[in-house]
Design a protein around this ligand. Structure first.
Ligand code: ADP
Length: 464
């Protein structure tokens, strides 16, 4: 059973991924951190930036659509400036979150190679390439100061640090922080008459422009009054009153389980259309944004999803691949997967096969382009291992044996693994003289898991 981390924005966390190539004898000393960070930002902003800007803009200024056609040229300039400010503010906010995720990534990655950042820096010193390290350090410090201020603590990525992490992330995301365990005492801000809006989404600068304009008494079709007027705080919903919540959650201690319920839309965006999950799947199904990314990466004619479970991955593969063969040893899970695929309108593209994948790989004659492996991680205990041993702890067999079986079907394999997997073992699965591409998946600043890609057809840009 895999357990994915609760993410701080729960229903709609942002997805980031950091990608590297590893070959024989790779470790972190050869990481080009700067390039990885830039690539992650580009990937995120190209994928999400436009929609995020639009979404937040229309949420803040619902009147914009109806007003924009009747405004004067002056007012148009005003809106244009507001949009530019909005863009700058929002991209800075997400850049800040990405940087926090990146710091977590660096720490986790070096740990997974069984070393430490200090050791990596020492290696650089020994290699007489310290300038690169100190440049990277300075860059981080500078960004930290520019964007966050000096007193921002580092955001850890472990479950142990959940309280600090969640509080800080909520703060960063501009979300309410007054629920959940209270790590910090509430700070009473002096009441500022001009900043009355309770919208936590709004970037302050945009409000400031409006307020300035209002003070100058420049009428804008009544826009200002609508924007700066105090909004009613929505009443807190009684989340426990929801009849849809599965019985086991109601019975197993509300405090523990509420986080899984809150993230239901991050698991399946169409959850409320009738998605079915059994108890284990609530903890182990791949969150939709990660499943989508894997599906984008593994797009092909025919793919085998070897441990399909309730269908989180298979559904997304159906959107990017010609055909999907979804295998699972548990007939009930397959039935749920089929039902869930129907909700996404892709059931007709998936062939559900009730089988033990280990035997299926030996006996099947199909030759897919790609095999995707998301085997059981051996229960929640995986989180306690500093370095998750993928040969001993994965089920039903070790990673090496599983790869051997998968390669009977195809040389191209995607492998979904715990975030704390022993990286030396992950790289070793490539085989002598071969490479793999490793993608660390984050929801907000929390590392959820990693996906390793093997085989020439799925490794994207083989570096020289
Ligand atoms: P879950 O919590 O849904 O059981 P796991 O991560 O533990 O998730 O397992 C993933 C899926 O792998 C499950 O649906 C399980 O039934 C399936 N599975 C386990 N062993 C095999 C196997 N040998 N062949 C095919 N599917 C398997």
């Amino acid at each position: 059973m895999n357990i994915h981390y609760l993410t701080t924005s729960r229903s709609n966390p942002q997805f980031y991924s950091f990608i590297q190539f590893f070959g024989d004898h790779s470790d972190c000393t050869s990481c080009d951190w700067e390039a990885i960070l830039q690539a992650a930002w580009q990937n995120f902003w190209q994928r999400e930036g436009h929609d995020l800007l639009e979404l937040k803009w229309h949420k803040r200024f619902p009147e914009y659509k109806s007003l924009i056609n009747v405004v004067t040229p002056e007012e148009q300039t005003f809106w244009q400036e507001l949009w530019e400010k909005h863009t700058t503010e929002l991209s800075a906010k997400f850049w800040r979150i990405l940087n926090c995720a990146f710091e977590n990534y660096q720490n986790e990655l070096v740990k997974s190679f069984g070393t430490s950042l200090e050791q990596v820096e020492q290696d650089f010193i020994d290699l007489n390439i310290t300038e690169r390290v100190s440049k990277s350090k300075k860059r981080k410090q500078k960004k930290q100061q520019e964007v966050d201020g000096d007193d921002e603590p580092f955001l850890p990525s472990t479950e142990d640090d959940l309280v600090l992490d969640e509080y800080e992330q909520l703060k960063v995301l501009g979300l309410p922080t007054n629920f959940g365990p209270q790590k910090y005492p509430k700070q009473h801000k002096p009441r500022n008459k001009l900043h009355e809006s309770s919208s936590s989404d709004c970037s302050d600068c945009c409000q400031e422009i409006l307020i300035m304009e209002r003070d100058k008494s420049l009428a804008l079709h009544g826009v200002q009054s609508g924007l700066v007027s105090k909004r009613q705080k929505p009443k807190k919903k009684k989340i426990w009153a929801n009849e849809m919540m599965p019985d086991f959650m109601q019975n197993e201690g509300k405090g523990q389980m509420v986080k899984y319920w809150l993230k239901r839309f991050s698991l399946f965006s169409r959850f409320d259309q009738g998605i079915r999950l059994d108890r284990e799947s609530w903890f182990s199904v791949t969150p939709e944004k990660i499943a989508k990314q894997t599906a984008r990466r593994l797009s092909c004619d025919l793919i085998v999803d070897a441990f399909c479970g309730c269908g989180g991955n298979a559904i997304q593969f159906a959107n990017t691949c010609g055909r999907v063969i979804a295998v699972d040893i548990d007939a009930e899970k397959l039935a749920m997967a089929k039902h869930n695929a129907g909700i996404y309108g892709v059931a007709h593209k998936i062939e559900f096969i009730h089988a033990d994948f280990l035997q299926f790989a030996v006996s099947s004659r199909i030759r897919p382009n790609v095999v995707f492996l998301s085997p059981p991680w051996g229960g929640p205990g995986y989180q306690k291992q500093a370095n998750f041993d993928i040969e001993r702890s994965l089920l039903p067999v070790g990673a090496n044996e599983l790869m051997k079986r998968a390669r009977l079907l195809s040389d191209n394999v995607g492998f979904f693994l715990p975030r704390n997997s022993n990286m030396t073992q992950v790289v070793a699965l490539s085989g002598a003289g071969q490479q793999c591409e490793v993608e660390h998946n984050f929801l907000d600043t929390r590392m959820v898991a990693l996906t390793a890609y093997y085989g020439n057809e799925v490794i994207r840009n083989t570096p020289p």
